[in-house]
Design a protein around this ligand. Sequence first.
Ligand SMILES: *Cc1c(COP(=O)(O)O)cnc(C)c1O
Length: 622
Amino acid sequence: METSDGSHGKMYGVKMRASLGGAHLSGAERIVSARRVVSTLAALARRALGHERGVPDSINLKVEAQCDILRIKALPVITETVADEAAGWARVGEILSDAGIKRTNEICELFRETYPMRGAMLLDADTLERLEPDRKRGIRATNMDSDPSSPADRKNHFAEALTLASKVLSAPGIVGEVCMSDDPSYVTGYVATKDCYHRISVMKKVGEPVGGRIFLYRGPREAVAETIRYLERQAVVVEREHATRLPRADQLAADLAAVDAAGLRREMRVGFGGLVSFADNDYLGLACDSRVKEAAARAVAEYGAGAGASRLVTGTLEPHVRLERHIAEFKKAESAVVFSTGYMANLGAITALVGRGDVVLSDKLNHASIIDGCRLSGAEVAVYPHLDMDALDQMLSEFHSARRILVVSDGVFSMDGDMLDLPRFLEICRRHDALSMVDEAHALGVVGRTGHGLSEHFGCGFPDVMMGTLSKALGSSGGYVAGSATLVDYMRQKSRPFIFNTAPTPASVAAADAALSLMEEDTSIVGRLHANIASFSDSVADVPNVRRGGSAIFPVAVGDEREAVARSKDMECHGFLVPAIRYPTVAHGAARLRVSLSARHKESEISALASMLRAWYNTSQN
Ligand SMILES: *Cc1c(COP(=O)(O)O)cnc(C)c1O
């Protein structure tokens, strides 16, 4: 075939190896057409130079014509999420055993011996005899690429591992492979068999710089040499499935149909429709309080419907300044800054505080706005198990090299209603010199005798970054970040959702300010909410699927998505609005009803709801 560059469709293997201080630092390879050789060399060099462990002393680039290229299909992939490395290795054993390999415990033991090797151990799958000619070097599977290939200037652990495993398992006699990266921050490994690539989420502890690889061989001794030749010399292109593109009109509709099929369609209702709402977050009933509404109306009359510009231009009006001072005072902080929504406050705080080279630790069940903030920040994100302070402590001790560490948690978890152990959290963060951040969206106006939040509840100190919303107990809309004067100054200079957003409307900040005043002046408002929480909590003490965490949120465990929707409909027929919460708000199969209480609720409404939940639980048990 004659091509425009006259290369007759010739293909080239392009390899990069970089070293630092005599040790291997980075390596990668591609199989490309002549036309792409130069750009691939540049991309691979960039990758070597940008390596996070340091700048290389030497970069070895090699270009070699490849003929006789074999095209094979990529292995199908299953991702298995496991709790820890012990569970990960238990799965490795099970998967190998399912593939007809017997001495799995011994194989897992032998894996440690591969740690110092550059290549893989080649093991007879039955006798466990070592077949590699050079035990120090091991077998190096190379000369491969995938199609479509991933970008050459960045490492993609998964794509490269899948390419390698697909080649290895296509080699004659190879029946299995176990692999773990030596990258200390990459704990995901895999076990591959002839028909599947099993991605195992955790195979070692974060921070461990050990990794290795075993190839399992089954076949005659005379054929081992050919297997090694194939692994080390045969050029292979692994074809990954190309997605098929639907006609334009169907591209989105297909995904929507899948949402319907999974029972996950969500409908928007208009208003409460005369139902008693146990669905909203207007915990103190202030959204419709006449004094709050009047404050909003006055602000509209005086300052207009919109603020007209961003805060740093001309959007800062008297009501903004007043509210920020008020929040700072209320939170016993030096200063506070208001955002247009709570969502933006989280995004704005996290992305301003951490970036590339930093680490953010986040509770598994944190609110979506925290998760999005973490992702957008570019920092390394480490998720710790829900409310597991021991795990948090342990993980923090593994990140001493980070420039800055932020630990962020919901104060009250929005879908579970349980509460952070703030004193313990603060102690751990302080000990590790990590910034602490707590989101009090569901705590402000709810937790603590006078609704001041977790610090009041526990009688303890304050997190470095106190985030909360104006949209829940304060019945308006917006969010805030409170803390030291430096922190708030920093937010105003660095936080993009603060800088590049039109200031919150005069009405919403004035309403929040008025609601905050009401809450402080009349402590019976928070008192009524507390009485309702205590009353409901007592009434459902004998209903085991209702969780009581001391907040205004009570999840009622259901499990199945459709069942939860049916239950919610049933409640509606009885005049109560109790929403079904499903994936993606909570995990698949963890669907629930979510009851949220308000100071507005009457005793009769609360006891009627409790009776219904009890009756339903009792029938579901029979
Ligand atoms: C509601 C909520 C937010 C977002 O607040 P909005 O003002 O609705 O944007 C943030 N964090 C938590 C925990 C929430 O529940």
